[in-house]
Design a protein around this ligand. Structure first.
Ligand SMILES: [Zn+2]
Length: 155
């Protein structure tokens, strides 16, 4: 393997030892070519790592999703309310977190587990707040309806 122990001068093509930075024949810069080969190696390795992390992320996401569904269906037998709560709050929050994480990773940003948990908790809180908001609105609507009905002479 010549390529490891020696390098060809990019200027004149002369063979040089890998340790030297200038060509013995034309004193051209040899570092430029070695830097380029390092970039090529990095370009070959990095997408591989991203692909691997994406695949493992997809797998762990799928496993978590299956776990949530199993717990929800398992609870449905003796705690239907809790099971419904899990499906209505945990599942959407989980999916929102997955989609957010995907978007960040598509942009090349690293998403830590802490950020994922944070996103999940915020999503779950927003869903709960939405439910409470809707319940409050429904109660308010009912209250107003009763007032209007009363003012018109009762039921
Ligand atoms: Zn040279």
């Amino acid at each position: 393997m010549e390529g490891i122990r020696s390098s060809l001068c990019p200027e004149c093509g002369a063979m040089n030892r890998a340790a030297v930075t200038r060509c013995w024949l034309c004193s051209g810069n040899l570092e430029a070519s070695s830097a380029r080969s390092e970039e090529v190696i990095l370009a070959e390795i990095v997408p591989e790592q991203i692909r691997r992390s994406a695949a493992s992320f997809a797998l762990s996401t799928l496993l978590l999703l299956v776990t949530i569904l199993c717990v929800a269906f398992g609870l449905a037998d003796f705690a239907p309310g809790l099971s419904g709560l899990l499906l209505l709050i945990v599942l959407p929050a989980f999916l929102i977190t997955v989609i957010r994480t995907r978007r960040h990773e598509a942009r090349g940003e690293q998403v830590s587990t802490g950020r994922k948990v944070e996103s999940f908790v915020i999503s779950a809180a927003l869903i709960v707040a939405t439910f409470f908001g809707l319940a409050a609105l429904a109660f308010l609507a009912f209250f107003v309806y009763c007032l209007v009905a009363l003012s018109r002479g009762g039921f």
